[in-house]
Design a protein around this ligand. Sequence first.
Ligand code: S3P
Length: 174
Amino acid sequence: MTSRHLVLVGLMGSGKTTVGLRCAELLDRPFLDTDELVAATAGVPFDDIWAAEGEPGFRARERVAVADAAASPTPLVISCGGGAVLDADNRRALRATGVVVWLTASSTELASRLVHDDSRPLLAAGDKTATLERLGALREPAYEAAAHVQVDTDGRAPDDIAATVVEELQSWSG
Ligand code: S3P
């Protein structure tokens, strides 16, 4: 079994946290969410950082969190905030130390998973499906560049997705 991190990337609502927690149980590895690491390191909630520093401030902190997570000597399951892969240094660090799995789903399904969720500032205004569609198109090249493997999650239960993701990690050589 590889000692690389298992890294989950993908749009908001793609299941990185839910599936990541399940993978961490299956692999008996610690789970780390980069949004949580940003908040824990800053000592203030995510919303306060975004409100006070805007997206640029958050992205600078996210870069540090990704570098710290990637540098962990213990193999982790890392769930990355949906925009982390936009940064080339983040992509390099994650690809160098992890097996990077891109969780995909249609914009309609992503939006339906987030219908009662108001925690994402990028989805606060306007139609969620349309925003996710736009972000998906904009970010596709970055996810492609970051990921070693793509796993489609449309219509699938978290346990089923986690089993596929763990198989991908287990079949990784190196
Ligand atoms: C973001 C995704 C969020 C969080 C922030 C920005 C994005 O994380 O990092 O709201 O740019 O897609 P999740 O993907 O875990 O929701």
